[in-house]
Design a protein around this ligand. Structure first.
Ligand SMILES: [Zn+2]
Ligand SMILES: [Zn+2]
Length: 375
């Protein structure tokens, strides 16, 4: 599926065919990761994106990463992704060009790309629900070409990009494109984590760990991490979990009962997205508690209202709005939050096929987040 082309120098300019002096020109090429249907992907040449709308910015990717959602796309679980799409919705980069209506950014600015595109003007954007933006939402690497490429076009740049302060650790900031706001907004904020509360997090992957890191802003008394992978649990312990439970070896419901005087927890965060883990959350939540779902569910789950109807519980769902990104940026800048801990592997962007292989075999490779550098 990979195409190869031999670069041909033109006589007049000495530039590669299609290149212009300022590096931007119609017909110019770049490399990108393309989705070609379930199980098929390819790193190949594509036309470099152009500014389509005055509100667009063209960003040269410096660093990007692979998300669990990208693995779902690769499996064919997200049918709205069309064949030939460049995927990826996280990253940092440098502004290469801006449309005439972009006022907040200029060429050369270093930017954090949000996984959610926000027009800033529709009803949902005005309510801070950027995820449901009528002109954006989660479109990057989904309905439009994404960030696993040398360049990406970002619509509504003024409201969908964030300035990176000079001297920042840009690798650490890649964690702010998606996983930290997702763990925080969908898990911690929706789960109403409070000082002194008990919290259980089901799933110790990158998103569960992002919830674990950001739950600690509120000083809960206990954070119990539940996962079938000992390595991920050991990481959770390092990241601040007070208790770890391997639910492939022990009964998580019994252990949580013991740890909470038979009450169950105040907040349980679902960070997996399968029926078994959601139903486990239903068994772990105590009276008055909250089940905060983060997981992307592909199947219906059983809701045990015959037990829960009288328990004063709340169940929340949410797609990340990235409305907390500016706040999270400050916590990373001030080192209150060490997001770099989530990064376990580094690859060149051009080595992305191997990076996928590592990320797909996360348990074997002890992988959390992989960083892909376009340098
Ligand atoms: Zn993601
Ligand atoms: Zn909007």
């Amino acid at each position: 599926m990979t195409t190869t082309s031999v670069p041909v120098k033109t006589k007049q300019t000495g530039l590669l065919a299609g290149e212009t002096k300022n590096g931007i020109g119609p017909g110019e090429k770049m490399k990108a990761l393309l989705y070609f249907g379930p199980g098929k992907k390819s790193w190949e040449e594509k036309p470099k994106p152009l500014i389509n709308e005055p509100t667009d910015a063209l960003v040269k990717i410096l660093k990007t990463t692979i998300c669990g959602t990208d693995l779902h796309i690769m499996k064919g679980d997200v049918p709205t992704v069309s064949v030939g799409r460049i995927i990826g919705h996280e990253g940092v980069g440098i502004i290469e060009e801006v449309g005439t209506a972009v006022s907040n950014f200029k060429k050369g600015d270093h930017v954090l790309i949000s996984c959610i595109t926000s027009c800033g003007k529709c009803d949902y954007c005005k309510r801070g629900m950027y995820s449901h933006c009528e002109n954006g939402g989660w479109i990057l690497g989904h309905l439009i070409d994404g960030t696993q490429a040398e360049y990406v076009r970002i619509p509504y740049a003024d409201t969908s990009l964030y300035h990176i302060p000079a001297g920042s650790d840009e690798e650490a900031l890649v964690m702010l494109s998606d996983i930290l706001p997702t763990g925080f907004e969908c898990g911690v904020l929706n789960g109403k984590v409070q000082p002194g509360n008990t919290v259980a997090i089901v799933g110790s992957g990158p998103i569960g760990l992002a919830a674990l890191l950001t739950a600690q802003f509120y000083s809960p008394a206990e954070i119990i991490m539940i996962d079938p992978d000992d390595n991920r649990l050991a990481t959770a312990k390092k990241f601040g979990a007070t208790q770890i439970i391997n639910n492939s070896k022990e009964n998580a419901i019994e252990r949580v009962k013991q740890l909470t005087n038979n009450k169950g927890v105040d907040t349980v965060i679902e960070a997996v997205g399968i029926p078994a883990t959601f139903e486990l959350c239903e068994s772990l939540v105590g009276p008055g508690g909250t089940i905060a779902n983060i997981g992307v569910h592909g199947k219906s789950v059983e809701l045990h209202l015959e037990k829960l109807w009288s328990h004063n519980i709340t169940i929340t769902t949410r797609l990340v709005d990235t409305v907390t990104t500016p706040m999270l940026l400050k916590t990373v800048q001030s080192k209150k939050l060490d997001s770099k801990q989530l990064i376990t592997h580094h690859f060149k962007l051009s080595d992305i096929i191997n990076a996928y292989d590592t990320f797909q075999n996360a348990a074997r490779e002890k992988a959390l987040k992989v960083i892909l550098s376009n340098e």
